[in-house]
Design a protein around this ligand. Structure first.
Ligand SMILES: NC(=O)c1ccc[n+]([C@@H]2O[C@H](COP(=O)([O-])OP(=O)(O)OC[C@H]3O[C@@H](n4cnc5c(N)ncnc54)[C@H](O)[C@@H]3O)[C@@H](O)[C@H]2O)c1
Length: 336
């Protein structure tokens, strides 16, 4: 049966990939995208869907309850990607994060519970709600200890979604995914920042000594996991999403340098981020037990991503020209 989807944050990185992923599987799906168009969004991400009868873009804020009520009419599935999602920016100023990531999630949940037809609400959360882990991997029942304002705000939305399940029986699911990469990520994120800096012959800034470990997930795998959960997830449950691809930041950087034929003189070590989480690692056996598998390993996904940025300067250059210098050279400024 043809479904109607409300995708919030659909003009951003993962949300826009998800819209494409959805149309590739359900060509007749009605998709509404609600997006405030903040600095990290890009309407070019949605251009290919313009003019389709079954696609509607609505510019607006998920905190605007009257608007949310209006766009929610007749919706079967809500997927909340909308967020302020940059850790460094949240350390500088966190109010906007609380607005969107907590109040915005609340408004969506509140209007969703009034929709009799609603079959699924997916709150897109993050592995950062667990905090850091030195050994082993987080399961969905690990302690929640977010260590920066972004992840604390995301945890607010995450637990509100759970509370709407337990209080109002809203068919909510919460996903906690690892660091996501791929084409069309805003160029202040580490992988596109490094690739585009190197295309321009600039150095790449590494926080501290680059020993931090991240678990890398290709955006296509992030989308396939969320799609899988729409029908196969269990109401009220949390699902970790990752692809078992742990790399230190310095190793990741060396791989990018190699793919772009650059040597280590292009590395600039800069002052570390305050409260920088050392390692993230997710145990995804719960998601795998219901039949999901990732497709990408990092070396393959990284090669494809480098090639995409090399071929799409028209996409990233206008965004990068507007970025402040500190985002290009290492957020916390001072060289070590
Ligand atoms: N990128 C990652 O590594 C990663 C990993 C795990 C989880 N997540 C989560 O996935 C989601 C999407 O992340 P992304 O990397 O695509 O981010 P993004 O910044 O590229 O996209 C976010 C989108 O949300 C929109 N938005 C922001 N505030 C809004 C508001 N108040 N109302 C409506 N729209 C608003 C922005 O305009 C943007 O288009 C976020 O919820 C993030 O927390 C991201």
């Amino acid at each position: 049966m043809k479904k109607t989807y409300l995708i919030t944050g659909g003009a951003g990185f993962i949300g826009s990939h998800f819209v494409r992923y959805l149309y590739e599987r359900e060509d007749g799906a009605e998709i509404r995208v609600l997006d405030k168009l903040t600095y990290s969004s890009n309407l070019k991400n949605l251009k290919e869907f313009e003019g389709r009868d079954n696609f509607e873009f609505i510019k607006g804020d998920i905190c605007d309850q009257a608007l949310v009520k209006k766009v929610m009419g007749g919706v079967d599935v809500v997927i909340n990607f909308a967020a302020e999602a940059a850790v460094d920016r949240s350390i500088e100023s966190s109010y906007g994060f609380l607005q969107t990531d907590v109040i915005g999630a609340y408004v969506l949940l509140e209007e969703s519970r009034k929709q009799k037809k609603l079959k699924r609400f997916i709150q897109v959360s993050t592995d950062e709600v667990y905090g850091q882990i030195m050994e082993g991997s987080f399961t969905e029942s690990s302690e929640l200890k977010p260590r920066n304002p972004y992840s604390a705000a995301k945890l607010g939305g995450d637990r509100l979604a759970y509370s709407f399940f337990s209080t109002y029986h809203l068919p909510a699911i919460i996903t906690r995914a690892a660091n996501t990469y791929g084409p069309q990520a805003y160029p202040e994120k580490v992988i596109p920042l490094f690739i585009t800096n190197l295309i321009d012959g600039h150095k790449v800034p590494i926080f501290g000594e680059g020993k931090q470990i991240r678990d890398w997930l290709h955006v296509e795998d992030h989308c396939s996991a969320i799609y899988h959960l729409i029908d196969r997830g269990v109401n009220g449950e949390v699902y970790n999403i990752a692809a078992d691809q742990e790399y230190t930041n310095i190793d990741l950087t060396r791989r990018i340098l190699k793919l772009m034929n650059k040597d280590e003189s292009f590395i600039s070590f800069v002052q570390d981020r305050p409260g920088h989480d050392f390692r993230y690692s997710l145990d995804c056996s719960k998601l795998k037990s219901i039949g999901w598998q990732s497709k990408y390993d990092l070396p393959e996904g990284l090669k494809e991503t480098v090639e995409w940025y090399q071929a799409h300067e028209d996409w990233w250059r206008p965004l990068k020209e507007k970025m402040e210098k500190r985002y290009l050279t290492g957020f916390w400024g001072a060289k070590k």
